[in-house]
Design a protein around this ligand. Structure first.
Ligand code: ADP
Length: 446
């Protein structure tokens, strides 16, 4: 096992990784920007190194500064968390070149699966259904229109290098497709410096269902069942739960086995999430693989009782998976609400500032993953997600009741948060009756 690792991230995930390190007896070094100087987890880390000013380009994305910090603190490995450099194959390669283990997949698997066009090909090879669409890149508008007329509208133009819901445009006819094609391409070029786009049939009213998987260096693979992440705003997840409430056991088994076939085909190592869309007829289609730990991993940890971050560390240090698939069970229902510093009354505009009031919820079945404290500053430079509230109960009904209770207990002020929006969703009949899809917020709560 590693003796000391560096965490190339911030916020709640930095704290989450420190906790896993402490329990495994690993030293934890954190890096921080000038804006994060007063962060809570800096006190809990064994060492903390300032790597630059607030702007991510100069700190959390600054590869030379992070590698220097790793060299100075003499760590064996780097955990990238999620976001920032977590899916940057170039960074993973540099870590390898510097003899520092990257806690994640090999650079070549990351590169391959990070390209959604290549990932579709891998899924097809693994005999996993993909959303009907283009064979590869779509080079011009006319090619897009020809294919859209063949597979039928609506269609979605997606960036091959896409992430975070960016570089995606839906089109309902030839005219809107011309527009969607050029805007998706332009957005992809700006956001990812890669304007490659492809086309998929736009699945109407799907649920987003994803499978947590893990693979060790010897090629052993395991799945940890699924998460339903259909409650999204602008293709960004807001509430996640496990298990998916509308999946029958047969479909669940097929879905999980499909996810394993994809990562086996990619010769993958460490944690990944294989994402699917589930259509109204409960047919599932592969959409992409996320080659990192995800924000919503706690719901899986709660229903399976397995610490996923610890397994990431064990696998990266060369240990094999000692668990057997039949030993992994899911018990009860877990729900996670993302608490973002955003103002739902101002179209979810970011709401940074000082946290003057901070009262945490608690009680049976409640878990809060947050780095915040009373007096903390929320910087405008970073993602607005400031806390994750997770509940775990024997049934969905009980989980919803506990989540509503915990959300009302959670007091954060004067900044605005998504707490009221989460409460609204959890009280909505459609949510309670499992009649939601990825368009639920836009259709029923706008
Ligand atoms: P990103 O990597 O940007 O998160 P994804 O491919 O994972 O992009 O898609 C994010 C979300 O966009 C999905 O959860 C779903 O809501 C929507 N989406 C993506 N592809 C399709 C599709 N073919 N049909 C309908 N919705 C889609």
């Amino acid at each position: 096992m590693f003796s000391r690792i560096l965490i190339a991230n911030r916020g709640e995930i930095a704290l989450r990784i420190i906790r896993a390190c402490k329990e495994l007896g690993i030293g934890a070094v954190v890096v921080y920007s000038e804006a994060d100087r007063g962060a809570s987890y800096i006190e809990l880390a064994d060492q903390a190194i300032c790597i630059g000013p607030a702007s991510p380009a100069h700190s959390y994305l600054n590869i030379p500064a992070i590698i220097s910090a790793a060299e100075v603190s003499d760590v064996d490995a780097i955990h990238p968390g999620y976001g920032f450099l977590a899916e940057n194959a170039h960074f993973a390669q540099i870590c390898a070149d510097c003899n520092i283990a990257f806690i994640g997949p090999r650079p070549e698997s990351m590169r391959m699966l990070g390209d959604k066009v290549a990932a579709r090909e891998i899924a097809k090879k693994a005999k996993v259904p993909v959303v009907p669409g283009s064979e590869g890149e779509i080079k011009d508008e006319n090619e897009a229109i020809k294919l859209a007329n063949k597979i039928g509208y609506p269609v979605i133009v997606k960036a091959a290098a896409g992430g975070g819901g960016r570089g995606m445009r839906v089109a309902h006819n030839d005219i809107s497709l011309r527009n969607a094609f050029s805007t998706a391409k332009a957005e992809a070029e700006i956001a990812f410096k890669n304007s490659t786009v492809y086309l998929e049939k736009y699945i109407v009213e799907p649920r987003h269902v994803e499978v947590q998987v893990m693979a060790d260096k010897s090629g052993n693979t395991l799945h940890f069942f699924e998460r339903d992440c259909s409650i999204q705003r602008r293709h960004q997840k807001l509430i996640e739960e496990s298990p998916c409430p509308v999946l029958d056991n047969h479909t669940r088994e097929e879905l999980c086995k499909s996810a394993l076939r994809v990562i086996k085909e990619a010769n993958y190592e460490n944690a990944a999430t294989v994402e699917f869309l589930l259509d109204r007829d409960k047919k599932f289609y592969f959409i992409e693989v996320n080659t990192r730990i995800q924000v919503e991993h706690p719901v899986t940890e709660m229903v399976t009782g397995i610490d996923l971050i610890k397994w990431q560390l064990k696998i990266a240090s060369g240990q094999n998976l000692t668990l057997k698939q039949r030993d992994i069970e899911h018990k009860g229902v877990a729900i996670e609400c993302r608490i973002n510093a955003e103002d739902p009354d101002r179209n979810f505009a970011p709401c940074p500032g000082r946290v003057d009031k901070f009262i945490l919820p608690g009680g049976m079945g409640v878990r809060v993953d947050t780095h915040l404290f009373q007096g903390a500053m929320i910087s405008p430079n970073y993602d607005s997600m400031i806390s994750k509230l997770i509940v775990h109960k024997p049934t969905r009904e009980e989980a919803v009741i506990t989540m509503k209770r915990a959300l009302t207990e959670f007091r954060i002020g004067p900044i605005k948060t998504t707490i009221p929006a989460c409460l609204k969703i959890l009280s909505h009949n459609r949510y309670l009756q499992n009649k939601v899809d990825t368009s639920f917020i836009e259709q029923h709560l706008s």
